[in-house]
Structures are given as structure tokens and as C-alpha cells.
Design a protein around this ligand. Structure first.
Ligand code: NAD
Ligand code: IMJ
Length: 258
């Protein structure tokens, strides 16, 4: 019997077969969950429909998290298929590309700061609030994806680091709001992975090599490994874990070696 048997999970943030959300979806499916997916825009629709099919799901819904209407519509649509939701996975981030290089203070703009925070942090609470009615009376769980740039000033991550700090605090406040309803809220802080969101990032190759050299496990993490921890955190085995950031980074955050 799988960890997530008889649970319904909504996965937000699949864009390719390298997406962390795809690693999470596959692990959750393997553990017995029924899945539904959102896609950001029409460009991604067919791809996400294929990923859904691969995991025995026929539920795909458009959702640009910048739109309140689309966020509400997701759960109206889900309501037609499911009478409840157990798991919400938020695996979404965006900042204007030009903000993610060079020196932070020189490059940060009001518009870039607002965009990073709206898409990468606020959207988690907006989705959670819309999901809340469908998650009543269950042992619900929500999960988001963070990065070590939330707690250390990392080269080039810049305003995304500030947005991830907001996301982690948002996660804790959400856990406090939803705890009395039996809903847990957690974050995984993943090590660097070559996904679309990491492609074209200056210095990524060197940073992956650095993690391989200094992390206790002497390698980088995979989306499958993030998926396994996600499945655990959203399962009843983690029933007393909420408001927590779990590092899935081969131990990189725990060492000070260079
Ligand atoms: P990815 O590009 O596969 O996923 C990012 C997702 O965000 C995409 O599916 C994209 O469609 C979605 N998105 C962006 N703007 C959106 C919007 N307005 N509305 C709806 N969806 C939108 O890359 P990924 O690396 O899998 O990123 C997933 C999460 O993991 C992000 O929060 C990222 O910050 C985090 N993360 C990534 C790494 C890494 O090294 N790749 C490490 C730690 C954390
Ligand atoms: C992102 C920027 C700078 C350094 C980075 C990253 N390192 C890693 C990432 C070292 C691993 C990837 N990451 C953890 C992210 O959260 C990425 C978020 C992101 C990526 C883009 C690229 C395309 C774009 N906007 C983006 N917004 C957020 O236009």
C-alpha cells in the first residue's frame, strides 16, 4: 500500500520533464495519489496534458497565478471531478530575467521586486485560500519549493532570494492559519537542479560543480529525490510536521567548506 493511497493531489508548476513538480507528481502517483495538473498558458497545455496522461490523470486546468479569476476557476473545475482535495503542491517562481544577474542593489527595481514576490510568494497563499474549502475535514497538506538563497545572499539570485524569504515566512503564517483545520503547510528547500527555471542562469554549471565538490554526499540532488521527500511530507507519516523547511540538497546547507 502506497503512502498516498486515496489522496487527491493538485500539482502546480509542471513545465517540462525536468521540472521539480514533475518529480513530485511521479513520486506521488507511485505512492497511490490521484493527480490533477495546472498549466501556466496555452503554450504548455499539450505538454501538461501528456504528463497528466502518463500519470493516469485526465484533469488539466489553466492557471496563470497572476490571475485571481484563474485561481478561483481551478477549484471550480476540480470540484466537478473530486469531492475533496488532500494535497496542494506549489512549484512556481518568476522574476524578470534581468534581475537575476549582477549586483543586487544596482539591479533591483520596484517592478522586478513586486513581480518576484507576487508570482513566487503571494501565489502560494492565494492558491491555498482558494483550495481551503475543498480541503476541509481531511488530513490535508500543502507544499512549496524554496531555495537556500532565502537565507543566504547568493550570487545572481538577488530579488528571487528576497521573494523566497517571503515565501518561507508565508508558509509559516499559512501553517498557523490552517493548522486548526488539520491542514499542514511545509516547504522543501532543494539544491540546484538543471530545470527550465535554472537554464541560462549565469554560473549554474560552476555552482553545480561546487556542490558536487563540497556537499557531504559529494553530488547534486535529483527531481526524483525531491519527489520522494515531497510524498513523505504530504503523507500521514508526516502528520506532526508543519511550518517547516526541509532541505533536500545532499547536505550542502549544513557545511561551511569552500
Ligand atoms: P520549472 O521551470 O520547471 O518550473 C517553474 C514553473 O513555474 C513552471 O512550470 C512555470 O510554468 C511556472 N510559472 C512561472 N510563472 C507562472 C505564472 N505566472 N503562473 C503559473 N505558473 C507559473 O523549474 P523548477 O526548477 O522545477 O522550479 C520549480 C520551483 O522550484 C520554483 O519555485 C523554484 O524556485 C524552485 N527551486 C528550483 C531549484 C532549481 O535549482 N531548479 C532549486 C530550489 C528551488
Ligand atoms: C536562479 C537565478 C540565479 C541563480 C540561480 C537560480 N541558481 C539556481 C537558480 C544558482 C539554482 C534556480 N532557482 C533556484 C530558481 O528559483 C529560479 C527562479 C527563476 C528563474 C527564472 C529564469 C527565467 C526568467 N525568470 C526566472 N525567474 C525565477 O525569466
Amino acid at each position: 500500500m502506497g503512502l498516498l493511497e486515496n489522496k487527491n493531489a493538485l500539482i502546480v508548476g509542471v513545465a517540462s520533464n525536468r521540472s521539480i513538480a514533475w518529480g513530485i507528481a511521479q513520486a506521488m502517483r507511485r505512492e497511490g495519489a490521484q493527480l490533477a495538473f495546472t498549466y501556466q498558458n496555452e503554450r504548455l497545455r499539450e505538454r501538461v496534458e501528456n504528463f497528466a496522461r502518463e500519470t493516469d490523470s485526465e484533469i488539466t486546468v489553466p492557471c496563470d497565478v497572476a490571475s485571481d479569476e484563474q485561481i478561483l476557476a481551478v477549484f471550480e473545475h476540480l470540484d466537478d471531478y473530486w469531492d475533496h482535495l488532500d494535497i496542494l503542491v506549489h512549484s512556481v517562481a518568476h522574476a524578470p530575467k534581468e534581475q537575476l544577474e549582477g549586483e543586487y542593489l544596482e539591479n533591483v527595481t520596484r517592478a522586478g521586486f513586486l513581480m518576484a514576490h507576487e508570482i513566487s510568494s503571494y501565489s502560494f497563499s492565494a492558491l491555498a485560500d482558494a483550495a481551503r474549502p475543498m480541503m476541509q475535514g481531511r488530513h490535508g497538506a500543502m507544499l512549496t519549493l524554496s531555495y537556500i538563497g532565502a537565507v543566504r545572499a547568493m550570487p545572481n539570485y538577488n530579488v528571487m532570494g528576497v521573494a523566497k524569504a517571503s515565501l518561507e515566512a508565508n508558509m509559516r503564517y499559512m501553517a498557523a492559519s490552517l493548522g486548526p483545520e488539520g491542514i499542514r503547510v511545509n516547504a522543501i528547500s532543494a539544491g540546484p537542479i538543471r530545470t527550465l527555471a535554472a537554464s541560462g542562469i549565469k554560473g549554474l554549471r560552476d555552482f553545480l560543480a561546487h556542490v558536487e565538490k563540497v556537499s557531504p554526499l559529494r553530488r547534486n540532488v535529483t527531481i526524483e529525490e525531491v519527489g520522494n521527500v515531497a510524498a513523505f511530507l504530504c503523507s500521514d507519516y508526516a502528520s506532526a510536521v508543519t511550518g517547516e523547511v526541509t532541505y533536500v540538497d545532499c547536505g550542502y546547507n549544513s557545511v561551511g567548506a569552500i
